[in-house]
Design a protein around this ligand. Structure first.
Ligand SMILES: Cc1cc2nc3c(=O)[nH]c(=O)nc-3n(C[C@H](O)[C@H](O)[C@H](O)COP(=O)(O)OP(=O)(O)OC[C@H]3O[C@@H](n4cnc5c(N)ncnc54)[C@H](O)[C@@H]3O)c2cc1C
Length: 476
């Protein structure tokens, strides 16, 4: 059921032809692709979701390109899927019925950085890593840091409400979005939110659009809050003999009032992938914690000392404190390259993103191990332990194993809900998790959200097949 495409009707060929003609005429030749070989790379993202080849792709460069594309979609009744960096993990940017893909990476200007007001204005196609560099050059800091930061864009981050390792101390993308310019399929062009620190005027439409996965509006300029860059940063790596002990260390650190910038947890399978990728890691280690603390130098040292004490108490095998930026980068680069390293362990990998209360992390990890044993499907788990946000990766080689993969994933979701967790911490629901939405949310809540969607998009043309289960998609 997991990898089934939602059974949604494709737009009629005559409507598609009209849309192509209109887009060529009104947006312009070089920005409109309709040859199959040019459109192919817009059919998928970094998930296992299967899409259709888009009929036509618009490479937007201006707000007028967005407005025109939405007008053509409306007039011809051809669906449109917004797309930024294409690094999504749940198929959000995957066109499940073909139609138009609206690619926004060409809108990549940082419009403004204002350190005095602590804000920046960016176009939706700005790559997150470039934005970090530009902001930090001004002595400011934009905390959200999905590990895909060299490829994902701020429009995609806002649409997914992306998190990342630093979310534990600093929060997620939503905590930094002050306002957005939004284009509605009905032709409306709205600015919502504010540039000021405070503001409570009207409904919080900005927050509704954050995390709406491209289903309510296309985002244009985004106004983001910045904070001062912490002066000092220290990274600790703790190796432990057991994943349970690692979970205990996280619980003790957080309940004793320590607030590291991030606490990443990696299980034994992940460590094996890192060893295979050339990282010399103690052979006895079954778990790793990668911890960043920030603040002034004295605060960093005090936090590091307390963490070292807790690690000793729990019998850590090894504790390494990165002494300089290059050591720190080496540790973090290994963490960032770990996802592709895990991918090399099997022909297929599906990365699930779930959250449980921190105290329940050990129990979830035990249940995942049991499910893996029962189903024969290998799993490796890592994630943002400070938030209880775990990425459970299912690895398999043969298509015949898919039913077991499906069952194992469904079991994971049941366990997460049973432990009072949530189905997604940062990757969104997209197309892959839509069939499971009902496990967490009541029919009334789902209906209310679908009603809201209809207010923004009465004909269901904007990113169909996402978030809500469709006919033939498992849960209807
Ligand atoms: C190796 C790797 C590591 C990752 N690590 C993390 C992590 O630590 N934390 C995390 O949160 N995520 C992580 N991700 C997931 C992914 O990078 C994020 O979801 C990211 O926010 C997607 O951004 P994108 O620009 O690639 O968006 P896309 O994949 O292009 O699109 C994502 C969604 O946003 C919508 N969208 C895009 N642009 C717009 C727009 N302008 N207006 C309206 N809707 C739009 C699309 O329709 C789609 O639904 C990781 C992915 C990879 C491959």
């Amino acid at each position: 059921m997991l990898l089934l495409k939602p059974d949604l009707p494709k737009p009629s060929p005559s409507h598609v032809e009209r849309a192509k003609l209109e887009l060529h005429r009104r947006v312009g030749g070089s920005k409109v692709l309709d040859a199959a070989e040019s459109c192919a790379r817009f059919a998928s993202d970094e998930s296992e979701a299967e899409g259709e080849l888009p009929d036509v792709v618009v490479l937007a460069e201006t707000t007028q390109d967005i407005l025109t594309t939405l007008a053509v979609a409306r007039e011809t009744e051809v669906p449109v899927t917004p797309r930024a960096g294409g690094t999504g993990r749940t198929g959000g940017a995957v066109p499940v019925t073909g139609g138009i893909v609206l690619a926004l990476t060409g809108m990549n200007q940082i419009v403004e950085i204002d350190p005095a007001e602590g804000l920046a204005v960016v176009q939706p196609g700005v790559v997150l890593g470039d934005f970090h560099a530009a902001v930090e050059a001004e002595g400011m800091f934009y905390p959200p840091d999905p590990n895909s930061l060299s490829g994902c864009c701020l429009g995609g981050n806002v649409a997914e409400n992306a998190g990342g390792p630093r979310a534990f101390k600093y929060g997620v993308t939503r905590d930094y979005v002050l306002g957005v310019e939004a284009f509605l399929i009905g032709g409306q062009h709205i600015h919502c939110g504010r540039r000021t620190k405070k503001g409570v005027t009207g409904y919080d439409v900005t927050s509704l659009l954050v995390g709406s996965e491209g289903t309510l509006a296309v985002l244009g300029d985004i106004t983001l809050r910045l904070v001062p860059k912490p002066p000092h940063l220290m990274t600790l790596m703790v190796l432990l003999s057991d994943l349970d002990v690692a979970a205990k260390l996280v619980a003790r650190a957080t309940s004793s009032g320590l607030i590291p910038r991030c606490i990443e947890i990696l299980d034994s399978g992940t460590l094996e992938a890192m060893r295979q990728a050339g990282n010399p890691i103690n052979a006895g280690a079954q778990a790793m914690l990668l911890i960043d603390v920030d603040g002034d130098e004295a605060q960093c040292e005090a936090q590091a000392e307390r963490l070292a004490g807790l690690s000793d108490d729990l019998g850590a095998l090894e504790l390494l404190v990165a002494q300089d930026a290059s050591q720190r980068d080496r540790l973090w680069n290994a963490r960032r390259e770990m996802s592709p390293a895990v991918r090399r362990m099997a022909k297929n990998k599906l990365s699930e993103d779930v959250v449980v209360p921190r105290q329940a992390m050990g129990e979830l990890l035990r249940r995942v191990a049991r499910t893996s044993e029962r189903s024969g499907i290998r799993t490796v788990t890592y994630g943002h332990a400070g938030d209880g946000n775990l990425h459970v990766n299912f690895l398999w080689n043969e298509p015949e194993e898919l039913p077991q993969v499906d069952q194992a994933i469904e079991q994971l979701f049941h366990d997460v809900i049973d432990l009072r967790g949530t189905l997604s911490g940062e990757h969104g629901i997209g197309v892959l998790k839509a069939p499971y939405l009902h496990l967490e949310q009541s029919a009334e809540l789902i209906r209310l959200q679908q009603d809201l969607k209809r207010v923004f998009d009465p004909a269901g043309l904007l990113n169909p097949g996402k978030i809500f289960p469709s006919q033939g998609h498992g849960a209807c």
